[in-house]
Design a protein around this ligand. Structure first.
Ligand SMILES: Cc1cc2nc3c(=O)[nH]c(=O)nc-3n(C[C@H](O)[C@H](O)[C@H](O)COP(=O)(O)O)c2cc1C
Ligand SMILES: CCCCC(=O)C(=O)O
Length: 365
């Protein structure tokens, strides 16, 4: 396994095609799925020379949580679909690497158990954040927040791009609508009478509004990030509503199709928040160079979604660990080649659009 794409190929060879499609797929024509990766390819890096340093510092602190590198595990549902130990295996790999795992509310291991696995592998400083779909039944949401807080999660990541579930037509064609027998959304156990972790218990609520964020702000002292804000005006509103950070995300192209690539939106979103809160980004990050481009354009860190599922499918805990080490090596190598000794050296002047004839006044095309 030498690249993220090797993990994708290996996972596809191993997995039930229905599950492989669930992971790879996106909404409708998957235009945004492709755009996320393409956007990184449309930028070029412009390195500095003779700024040598013997070692690079990759560590960072995000909203009080220490991370050994600016690459987080974005929340992905249903890890037991691809590995019998599910999220516990993922958490051990993240903790051993010293980076932050954002636990999906739709995890197939309960968040408390995931936290135990993370601490066993990474010690007391292992960092987990918890992703939340605010439920219209606020009592249920409050219970979920309490479960995450009791487990030791150090931030809440509220997904706001899912008033309804994205239309994944691969899943529809494959008839994949629910978890196979024996697997459950363990965080949802015993929330309502007679329901014990059914996926359909998770309500995607079209009524959500800023009042819900204000309410959440009142009931928790954990930092709150919003995941899925795309419009710069909403980024400004987030700051005004006391949100602590943004995870700039289009859900890996799985919600509204044809929204821009997240990288494309990054300059506008960082301008809108004007340094008041950190902006993280996910979507299409597959290489160390992608991480550097996002950070150069103002992201505090990036998240990876599908690569984690592929690595977990390929090799369980070891696979995820190898994936994270690989990305760390690529990031370190890219920093060195760019003449950067740390993340603060990554500035916008290191990035430019790919060459086009227009640079020559249209003389060459
Ligand atoms: C299989 C899968 C499951 C996901 N589950 C969730 C989830 O439960 N909650 C959420 O907010 N985002 C979820 N996402 C979106 C990811 O958090 C992330 O935004 C996206 O995968 C990033 O793009 P990438 O896959 O290109 O790295 C999921 C994505 C995938 C591929
Ligand atoms: C209710 C599970 C949601 C999973 C999800 O967010 C995704 O597959 O993108």
């Amino acid at each position: 396994m030498l690249t993220v794409h090797d993990f994708e190929t290996a996972a596809r060879a191993k997995l039930d095609p229905v599950f492989a499609d669930f992971i790879a797929g996106g909404a409708r024509d998957e235009i945004t799925v492709r755009a996320n990766e393409t956007a990184f390819g449309a930028l070029r890096l412009l390195p500095r020379a003779l700024r040598g340093s013997a070692a690079r510092e990759l560590g960072t602190t995000l909203l009080g949580s220490r991370a050994s590198m600016p690459i987080l595990l974005s929340p992905t549902a249903f890890h037991k679909l691809v590995d019998p130990e599910g999220e516990s295996a993922t958490a051990r790999a993240a903790a051993a690497t010293g980076t932050i795992m954002i636990v999906s509310m739709a995890s197939t291991v309960a968040v408390g158990e995931i936290a135990d696995a993370a601490r066993a592998a990474g010690g007391p400083t292992a960092q987990l954040w918890f992703q939340l779909y605010i439920q219209p039944d606020l009592e249920i949401t409050e219970t979920l927040v309490r479960r995450a807080t009791d487990a030791g999660c150090t931030a809440l990541v509220v997904t706001v791009d899912s008033p309804v579930l994205g239309a994944n037509e691969r899943n529809r064609r494959n008839g994949f609508h629910d978890l196979p027998a024996g697997l459950r959304c363990e965080n949802l156990r015993d929330l309502r009478d007679g329901e014990s972790g059914h996926v359909r218990q998770i309500v995607m609520s079209p009524e959500l509004n800023w009042g819900h964020i204000d309410w959440l702000r009142e009931i928790t002292s954990l930092p709150i990030l919003l995941k899925g804000v795309l419009h710069p005006e909403d980024a400004r509103l987030a700051v005004r509503h006391g949100v602590d950070g943004l995870l700039l995300s289009n859900h890996g192209g799985r919600q509204l199709d044809t929204v821009p690539a997240t990288l494309e939106l990054l300059p506008e979103i960082t301008a809108a928040v004007a340094g008041r809160i950190p902006v993280l980004l996910d979507g299409g990050v597959r290489r160390g160079t992608d991480v550097v481009k996002a950070l150069a354009l103002g992201a505090a860190a990036v998240g990876i979604g599908r690569p984690v599922m592929w690595a977990l499918a390929e090799g369980g805990e070891k696979g995820v660990r190898r994936l994270l080490e690989l990305l760390r090596e690529e990031l370190d190598d890219t920093l060195a080649l760019c003449g950067a000794s740390g993340l603060n050296d990554l500035t916008p002047d290191l990035v430019r659009p790919a060459w086009s004839g227009r640079l020559f006044g249209g003389a060459v095309s």
